[in-house]
Design a protein around this ligand. Structure first.
Ligand code: ACM
Length: 504
């Protein structure tokens, strides 16, 4: 009962493993310490006793974590793991810390909340799981620009996505309504541009130290932060902060509405060039991960010629910092993108207009594509008609089945697993004011997208509606929800899932 479904899970015979208060975490290999601490903390957050960590061979009833070259599934060393459960103990073996950490998430889900608390606690049936991800990029986007979320709230979000083996957190840091990352050479961006948010909500921003701390917190959990500075549109917060970025030198007022597509930076304008260099240099320096996202979506106020020149230039500035530029699929139209630029597809499961061609362009340029079909993987779309939080522009609600029954390799002709970096679910926050609301929009749908990114490719011969068995998924979700209940994670109790009884 694990989400995402493991590649291979073979039940064995014998008595179940019972996690007792005296159990220890036995570690071996470099890096096992850090994973063991996260296992101890994860299990205790899930309601189990706090286990002692020892660097010695396991005794009866212990949980062993072994990180060593020859461990883990061959050919899937980067993130794979093997987890064995018998009455004698549990053993997680992996070639890397990341693999062991994902094994830990599986163990947390196998251990029912409260395991070990009392003699009657449920055990874990004997099993051997051999597991690895389908894609190296499994992402969640959190829009901190429209509504700001504090570092503590972002850490809570990171904890939640880690349980689902999501390994990239895309932070949408800037938009018309807010600039959320301190740029030392451009203090007015956060002073003015960061002062408010959608619907006049609280402003706020991450200092560079806070951002570094978030990057480190995520990295401990094997999650890479992908910073996005959305350009050249979605830039009112920047235009309001620095008058010289505007054609007439007159800044617009800060913006707190929900419209898109009305702002743009100027192409071929010396103050814009200096601004791009200043901002991108600082963001790259704050980012140990490989990716820097430059947005490029919905530039309805930028002429096509200016747009092409702008995004070509900007991807090259990013590449010069040593980062891989990423942009929304619209930038695929520009002839001069830096080689290897990654695209993020956000059109529908059936591409409209030029969307497929734009996505294919990244592959022609030596890059790959992240799949975020808006009508399945956008977490801000309403679950059902009449919801008070959420948007509805994709032509209908995104219920759980819609979020689950699609495949990234069945969207854009010619783009298969070799061209697809992975999948990402996106939580835009125009209508989402609090972290509790954010969680309710995210769960359970992120679990569906995480499974699409991690679990084995569905057989090509089967229609996707059949290959993704919603009832089977729902049963595993219900088990996961017992953890959400203990952790205090909000989720939407959508129909069709045998959710646990709400706590009294
Ligand atoms: C987007 O939804 N504008 C990327």
């Amino acid at each position: 009962m694990v989400v995402p479904r493991p590649v291979s899970s073979v039940a064995a015979s014998g008595a179940p493993f019972v996690l007792t208060a005296g159990a220890r975490i036995s570690i071996a290999g470099a890096g096992a310490d850090a994973v063991a601490r996260l296992l101890r903390d994860g299990l205790s957050a899930d309601g189990a006793p706090e286990l002692e960590i020892v660097r010695e061979p396991p005794a009866f009833g212990d949980v062993a974590v072994v990180v060593a070259d020859h461990e883990g599934p061959e050919d899937h060393r980067a993130e794979g793991y093997v987890l064995e459960v018998t009455a004698e103990g549990v053993r997680i073996g992996a070639a890397t810390e990341a693999g062991a950490f994902w094994g830990v998430q599986t163990l947390r889900q196998l251990a029912r909340p409260g395991a070990g608390e009392s003699a009657g606690a449920p055990g874990i049936a004997p099993v051997r799981i051999v597991d690895h991800p389908r894609f190296g990029y499994r992402g969640a986007l959190l829009d901190v620009a429209r509504h700001f979320f504090t570092p503590a709230e972002v850490r809570r979000f990171i904890d939640g996505i880690a349980l689902l083996k999501v390994n990239h957190l895309h932070l949408h840091l800037t938009d018309d309504q807010g600039w959320r990352l301190e740029i030392l050479s451009r203090p007015r961006l956060t002073e003015i541009g960061g002062s408010t948010g959608c619907d006049g909500s609280r402003g706020g921003f991450f200092s560079q130290q806070e951002f570094r701390d978030l990057v480190a917190y995520a990295a401990e959990r094997h999650i890479t932060i992908v910073p996005e500075i959305d350009l050249p549109g979605h830039t009112t917060a920047a235009l309001a902060s620095y008058p010289e970025l505007n054609p007439d030198g007159v800044p617009p007022a800060v913006y707190t509405g929900r419209e898109v597509g009305f702002s743009t930076l100027l192409t071929g304008h010396a103050p814009t060039e200096r601004f791009l260099h200043d901002v991108i240099t600082e963001v790259a320096a704050l980012t140990p991960g490989p990716f820097l996202h430059i947005g490029g979506d919905e530039c309805l106020s930028t002429s096509p010629e200016d747009f092409d020149a702008f995004v070509a230039d900007t991807t090259r500035i990013v590449a010069a910092t040593g980062k891989i530029p990423v942009g929304w699929h619209e930038i695929g139209r520009a002839p001069g993108l830096a080689p290897g630029t990654v695209g993020q597809y956000w059109d529908f499961r059936v591409p409209r207009g030029h969307a497929a061609d734009r996505a294919q362009a990244f592959v022609r340029g030596g890059g790959r594509v992240i799949m975020s079909p808006a009508d399945a993987a956008y977490l801000d779309i309403v679950y059902e008609e009449g919801d008070t939080i959420g948007q509805d522009w994709t032509g209908g609600p995104t219920d759980l089945g819609t979020a689950y029954r699609w495949d990234p390799a069945r969207i854009v002709p010619g783009l298969d697993d070799a061209h697809i970096l992975g999948v990402e679910a996106a939580l835009w926050t125009e209508t989402v004011p609090t972290i509790e609301d954010a969680e309710e929009m995210t769960y359970p749908r992120l679990a569906a997208v995480a499974e699409i990114g991690w679990s084995a490719v569905p057989p090509a011969s089967r229609p996707i509606e059949e290959a993704r068995d919603l009832n089977e998924f729902a049963a595993r979700l219900a088990a996961l929800a017992e953890h959400w209940d203990v952790l205090g994670t909000r989720y939407r109790r959508v129909e069709g899932v045998p959710w646990p009884e709400p706590a009294a």
